[in-house]
Design a protein around this ligand. Structure first.
Ligand code: ZN
Length: 346
């Protein structure tokens, strides 16, 4: 009987199947109620008591092996790749919904791309800043209203009444990055700093407490207002179209002198007047000016030797003009019905 078991073990371990039918034959031959193993168990009842222990052990081993072999043959059949050479090339692809870039990211990237073509690098800095980098070194007087709690989100304030260079706050503009660049680099400096900024404003179609800015800075010997104007004209025509006109109106910022606001001609009505340009033919897009000597000196740059210009714009404002979306809140709500519309832009 031991011999019979040994022979079956050998047969089982070398058994091969190529189809489910052959697998079923294996089951019938060894594992079914009429199979060899059941037969042997019948035979086992009649053997002498002194052999029972040894034969019983072998028999159980055989039964286990047969079951294991059956399982592994079955798995082999199931996982075998039957489709080799028979792939259906006309089968539709698995549906894969593609995402889209956010309109703010699209415009941000386009602006960076325009300035990088004329040699501007990209600088980034912390969103949580100190008063020194956001206000003091940018020539904001201690009593300047922008430092007020009504405009600025303070995280830590040394005094409830007076501002202090060590106050910690959320940056209200990305000019703080320019301060950090001026502190750490020697002119010539030619850089833009895109990023999120924070102001304590009630959320409406025209205002939000978070928005995005891109500010530019160029410092070298003999940089003039004419250089600023040419740079901005190039930028406006790249972003808003070849026919775009610009105009500069005198303005005031603490960190530039002289300062100006730049308008571009309204591309929607071609300057004739429409509700987007409020019937003026012009759209206000950015602020700019020559870097104030006090700012250069505060950042360790010799204002006798170097001059520079700076400009800054809101990315949302540029996106609103580009895509004709006039409610700022849409850019922050992440409504897929809105975002899906930018799928073709990249
Ligand atoms: Zn217009």
């Amino acid at each position: 009987m031991i011999n019979k078991i040994e022979n079956l073990l050998e047969e089982i371990s070398s058994y091969k199947v190529n189809s489910l039918q052959e697998l079923e034959s294996f089951r019938l031959k060894f594992l079914s109620k009429k199979g060899h193993i059941t037969e042997l168990f019948e035979e086992f009842r009649g053997i002498s008591a002194d052999l029972k222990r040894e034969v019983g052990q072998k028999l159980n081993e055989l039964k286990q092996k047969a079951q294991d072999r059956y399982n592994s043959l079955k798995l082999e059949l199931e996982t075998r790749d039957d489709s080799a050479g028979e792939n259906d090339l006309t089968r539709p692809a698995f549906p894969y919904p593609s995402g889209s870039r956010h309109p703010i990211s699209l415009v941000r990237r386009e602006i960076i791309d325009i300035f990088s073509r004329i040699g501007f690098t990209v600088s980034e800095g912390p969103e949580i800043e100190d008063d020194n980098h956001v206000f003091t070194k940018l020539n904001f007087a201690p009593e300047h209203p922008a430092r007020d709690m009504q405009d600025t989100f303070y995280i830590f304030r040394n005094s409830a009444e007076d501002s202090d260079p060590d106050d910690i706050l959320l940056r209200t503009h990305t000019s703080s990055v320019q301060v950090r660049v001026m502190e750490n680099q020697k002119p010539p400096i030619r850089t833009i700093s895109p990023g999120r900024v924070f102001r304590n404003e009630a959320i409406s179609a025209r205002a939000h407490c978070i928005f995005h800015q891109i500010e530019g800075l160029y410092i070298d010997e003999n940089v003039s207002f004419a250089d600023l104007k040419q740079t901005l004209l190039f930028f406006a025509r790249e972003l808003y179209g070849k026919e775009t006109q610009i105009r500069l109106r005198p303005s005031y910022f603490p960190f530039t002198e002289p300062s100006a606001e730049m308008d571009v001609s309204c591309a929607i009505c071609g300057g004739k007047g429409c509700n987007v340009c409020k019937y003026t033919g012009w759209l206000e897009v950015l602020g700019c000016g020559m870097v104030h000597p006090n700012v250069l000196e505060a950042c360790g740059i010799d204002s006798k030797k170097y001059t520079g210009f700076a400009f800054g714009m809101g990315i949302e404002r540029a996106a609103m003009l580009k895509y004709q979306v006039n409610d700022l809140r849409l850019y922050f709500e992440n409504d897929l019905r809105f975002l899906d519309q930018f799928k073709t832009a990249f």
